[in-house]
Design a protein around this ligand. Structure first.
Ligand SMILES: C[C@H](O)[C@@H](O)[C@@H](O)C(=O)CO
Ligand SMILES: [Mn+2]
Length: 588
């Protein structure tokens, strides 16, 4: 498993003047750091569910010697995110964090006894002069010196910064594993290594699809796990009606073989991503190592699926928070090897610790069109139409919306999901024999309909020549359609695939003037859908990576970017592009 997660380094900054000033501030300053560390440990979790770890400098930092000692400690402690905190004035360029790429922020205590805000402003200026953009955090209301509470507005910014910074830090050094190559001419399948290296610090790993076949044919997988998995599948994955024309249907014997095949595929794709020590016991030491992949893509279509069972079962189960081994963290697996949507899934996953729905942004349904075909006119949230999100394969079963919090449908981090909820997700899913017009080799496709009433955020990382990567974001909600209307619309398309009816949050302007505009502006065939309104986290993370955001519907007051961005103008989108262009890719 990919563990050893990066830590958050906390730098208590102090006025270095001994003889009274420094001594009077030592405890307050160190306590500020300790309180933030306690906040992070209480509120933030790594993808494996363990509390986020913080490293605090051994001493307060009053000058360059202590700053250097702190940098050394961070270097040897696997720190990936840096936060400086201070209640007082200090010497900006002598104490600032000079790490070239680590996400950085400074919290200047809003108190007047000692001017924390002045240090904040002075040091952010130093960061901006030196091309090391940093986030500035400053509470709205004055606090008394020694007040140890962290106000809500400060807490929000600290947590937003930390979540986005950890996502950046966790991605660094990991792999995208492409299994196969370009799927059906989908541009996202054309893996662009410079994007991964220069912007994310990631590496690319490539495995021909035949490696999956080799491992199946040579039994290079844990046979015991396979048997356990197959039994679990038979008990929990109900097979649906075969809608293929009678003469094209596979017989029972073949269907049973296909179940065994797709279960083996699932185990093997996981092993390819993260390795499996059991393989070493079988004599396959190299295979046991895996490809250190935090995200992968399976080409599937077309060559593989033209004669072998499709990847839908494997992709859906791996993207879900449970399988025969119980409730566990999901694996990010993009269907059609769409590496850009795979990254979009990874962004959403690392920011929410929840599974992701991979979908085609398939159809915009206008109210008129819905009324024409179903005699029902959309109302309420759907009054200006809605978007049909549907793709065979990588939609997590968590996307059925069968998990709940306070009675509302959610997609939870795996450690919050209980057995009944996992079972409900499975019960809400039917595995239909694959449409063998598309998938000549057969296999199975997962089908569920996402429950309405779930706040979600769809995002997509696009690649635009001349600019590079750009991110688009649409917060919104899932909706329920009347059963008969759903059936009429669903029957018109691939009714054996997972469906989510989505309404983006409209602002009345630009690409969010109406639902049609959102669809028209979407930059590719796919989107990744995360639980909750997390557009603000995506925006903060994108600014750390110097990836401009081309489209979003996040309220201005929720946008949090490095202070330098305001030096690029007062138009938020334009300044974002100018800043990203000026700073260039984070790891270049
Ligand atoms: C039917 C095609 O083969 C599907 O795979 C297609 O709808 C896609 O998902 C393309 O992104
Ligand atoms: Mn697709």
């Amino acid at each position: 498993m990919i563990a050893n997660y990066p830590k958050i380094g906390i730098r208590p900054i102090i006025d270095g003047r001994y003889g009274g000033v420094r001594e009077s501030l030592e405890d307050t300053t160190m306590k500020m750091a300790e309180n933030v560390a306690a906040l992070f440990a209480a509120e933030l979790r790594y993808p494996d569910g363990t509390p986020v770890q913080c490293i605090i400098a051994d001493t307060c930092i009053g000058g360059v010697a202590e700053a250097a000692a702190c940098a050394q400690k961070f270097e040897t402690s696997n720190v990936g995110v840096s936060l400086s905190v201070t209640p007082c004035w200090c010497y900006g360029s002598e104490t600032m964090d000079m790490h070239p790429t680590m996400p950085k922020a400074i919290w200047g205590f809003n108190g007047t006894e000692r001017p924390g805000a002045v240090y904040l402003a002075a040091t952010l200026a130093a960061h901006n002069q030196m091309g090391l953009p940093a986030f500035g955090i400053y509470g709205h209301d004055v606090q008394d010196l020694g007040d140890e509470t962290i106000p809500d507005d400060v807490k929000d910014k600290l947590l937003t910064f930390a979540k986005a910074g950890l996502a950046v830090a966790i991605m660094r050094g990991k792999s995208y594993l492409a299994i196969g190559s370009v799927s059906m001419g989908i541009a996202g399948s054309i893996v662009v290594p410079d994007l991964f290296k220069d912007y994310l610090g990631m590496r690319n790993e490539y495995v021909d699809s035949s490696e999956v076949l080799r491992r199946i044919q040579k039994n290079i997988f844990d046979q015991q796990e396979f048997e356990k998995a197959l039994a679990w599948v038979k008990a929990n994955c109900k097979e649906g009606e075969d809608y293929n024309a009678a003469e094209k249907q596979f017989d029972r014997e073949q269907k049973n073989k296909d179940w065994e095949f797709v279960v083996k595929m699932t185990i093997i794709i996981r092993d390819l991503m993260i390795g499996n020590p059991k393989l070493a016991e079988l004599g396959y030491k190299e295979e046991a190592q895996g490809h250190h992949a935090i995200v992968s893509g399976f080409q599937g279509q077309r060559q593989w699926t033209d004669f072998l069972p499709n990847g839908d079962f494997s992709e859906a189960i791996l993207n879900s928070s449970f399988d025969w081994n119980g409730i566990r963290a999901p694996y990010m697996v993009a269907t059609e090897n769409d590496s850009l949507n795979g990254l979009s899934m990874l962004f959403g996953y690392l920011l929410t610790n929840s599974a992701q729905i991979f979908a085609d942004v398939r159809t915009y349904w206008s109210p008129d069109a819905v009324e024409r075909v179903s005699k029902w006119r959309p109302d309420g949230a759907a009054a200006s139409g809605f978007i049909h999100l549907i793709n065979s394969g990588s939609a997590t079963l968590d996307g059925s919306g069968q998990q709940s919090r306070d009675g509302k449908p959610v997609m939870k981090p795996f450690w919050e999901i209980d057995e009944q909820e996992a079972d409900n997700c499975l019960k809400a899913t039917t595995w239909y024999p694959a449409n063998n017009g598309y998938f000549r080799g057969g296999g199975y496709s997962s089908k569920f309909v996402t429950k309405g009433g779930m706040p979600v955020t769809m995002c997509r990382l696009n690649l635009v020549k001349g600019i590079g990567p750009v991110l688009q974001i649409a917060e919104g909600e899932t909706i329920d359609l009347p059963a008969n209307v759903h059936q009429i619309l669903d029957d018109r398309t691939d009714k054996t695939w997972p469906t989510t009816w989505f309404v983006p949050k409209l602002t009345g302007a630009g690409n969010f003037r109406d639902v049609y505009a959102v669809m028209a502006a979407w930059g590719a065939n796919h989107g990744s859908i995360a639980y909750g309104h997390v557009g603000h986290l995506l925006i903060s993370m994108a600014s750390m990576l110097r990836i401009p955001v081309s489209m979003h519907n996040v309220e201005a007051e929720r946008i949090f970017r490095p202070s330098a961005w305001s030096a690029f103008g007062m138009d938020p989108e334009g300044s974002d592009y100018r800043a990203c262009q000026t700073y260039g890719a984070l790891y270049k």
